[in-house]
Design a binder for this molecule. Structure first.
Ligand code: FES
Ligand SMILES: [Fe+2]
Length: 389
């Protein structure tokens, strides 16, 4: 039996203490995806985002709106009330709110008390996604949205999408996506191949951006990729992968496939991109939105159906695997818990340190008497000024 010695264990735990995990506060000053655009309608959509109750809906002119899903009066869920034009009527005692979150009518009173309202969050709708900013409203700059133009370019990318309510913290899922060594094992029955884990890789680590490149050449592609790319039976296929953490909310996997025995000018390169979009729900669960795109066979619905069905079987393996991992953390005595990192964990370790630093800095700023980072307090304050800033 080879277990880490006590000094080694202490060193491992010290190193892990600088990395984000399920216990790390959320990073609020980022854009996160609240919903697919098609989910937001004239019906209220209640959703827990970054530990807070939010509801989304559209105005009569189609603008997406996000408000705190709790009435300012007795905290009844506003999403159980009704939309009357562009006002929201609470289903308990009938307080009425406008789309800014301000209370504009109290049925039992001739006057609406001043400074009564619920938090309103800024949203930005881009293509199939509705993004939300739940941190300091003054920092809600749309230029901070992670780059995702391809998701909105239907002329160049054929896409399909899906959603999982992942029973895992979002940090673990980012880590899963950054090191695709697991394809050979967790996905051995779907899109992994035995040579994947041993293929050469290189890392890119910079502030807020972490990537792992892996070139699997030559390889034989699993049916999921071989069939639609026309590389079935090809023993000299190339699978060139870049897995990128672009923000705490957004991870992108980019893959190119071609026959490596052909000269560069003769190759037909088929590309896919997958947006893995994570929005924390609680410390042990997150919303997992996925948009998968390809730049070939754009009009071929049969390819879309085939790839979607098989990809989501593979993604289900991640969902099940991450839930199993979460249970280990949930049920293990913290004194007995440790992690050991290897070279391919480099980008994930750097990413987890980055998240921890961001979360700690925000928490420290919140603790200041005149905090400029109003993350937690903004969401719950009854002040109309703060809510609509
Ligand atoms: S709880 Fe909403 S009006 Fe009373
Ligand atoms: Fe996976």
């Amino acid at each position: 039996m080879t277990l880490p010695s006590s000094p080694v264990l202490q060193a491992l735990k010290k190193s892990a203490s600088s990395m984000a995990n399920r216990n790390t506060p959320f990073v609020y000053n980022e854009w996160y995806v609240a919903a697919f655009a098609q989910e937001v309608s004239r019906e209220f959509l209640p959703r827990i985002l970054l530990g807070k109750r939010v509801m989304l809906f559209r105005t009569e002119t189609g603008q997406a709106v996000a408000l705190s899903d709790r009435c300012a009066h007795r905290a009844y869920p506003l999403s159980l009330g009704k939309l009357d034009g562009d006002t929201i009527v609470c289903g308990y005692h009938g307080f009425r709110f406008n789309t800014e979150g301000n209370c504009i009518e109290v049925p039992s009173s001739s006057k609406c008390p001043k400074d009564l309202g619920v938090a309103r969050y800024k949203v930005a709708e881009r293509g199939p996604l509705v993004w939300i900013w739940m941190g300091d409203p003054d920092q809600a700059d749309e230029s901070r949205l992670p780059e995702h133009e391809w998701l909105c370019d239907e002329s160049a990318w054929a896409t399909s999408s899906g959603y999982f309510n992942l029973q895992s913290n979002y940090v673990s899922m980012h880590e899963n996506l950054l090191d695709l060594t697991h394809l050979s094992f967790l996905h051995a029955a779907t899109f992994g191949t035995p040579d994947y884990a041993r293929a050469e890789f290189r890392s890119e680590i910079s502030q807020g951006y972490f990537a792992l490149h892996r070139d699997v050449v030559p390889t034989t592609l699993p049916a999921l990729w071989a069939k639609p790319t026309g590389l079935e039976g090809c023993a000299t296929a190339a699978r060139i992968v870049k897995s990128e953490f672009k923000s705490p909310a957004f991870h992108q996997v980019n893959v190119s496939f071609y026959d490596s025995k052909l000269a560069e000018q003769d190759r037909r390169v088929s590309r896919i991109k997958t947006a893995h979009i994570l929005t924390p729900q609680t410390n042990s669960s997150c919303h997992y939105f996925i948009v998968h795109g390809r730049d070939f066979g754009l009009e071929d619905d049969a390819i879309t159906g085939f790839m979607h069905e098989n990809l989501f079987k593979a993604f289900q393996e991640d969902v099940d695997g991450m839930a199993a991992l979460e249970q280990v953390w949930e049920t293990t005595d913290p004194d007995d818990m440790y992690e050991i990192s290897v070279v391919s964990d480099g980008p994930s370790v750097a990413m987890r340190r980055y998240l921890k630093q961001r979360a700690d800095a925000e928490a420290a700023a919140r603790a200041l008497p005149n905090a400029s980072v109003q993350t937690v307090s903004t969401a719950e304050t009854p002040s109309r000024k703060a809510e609509t800033a």
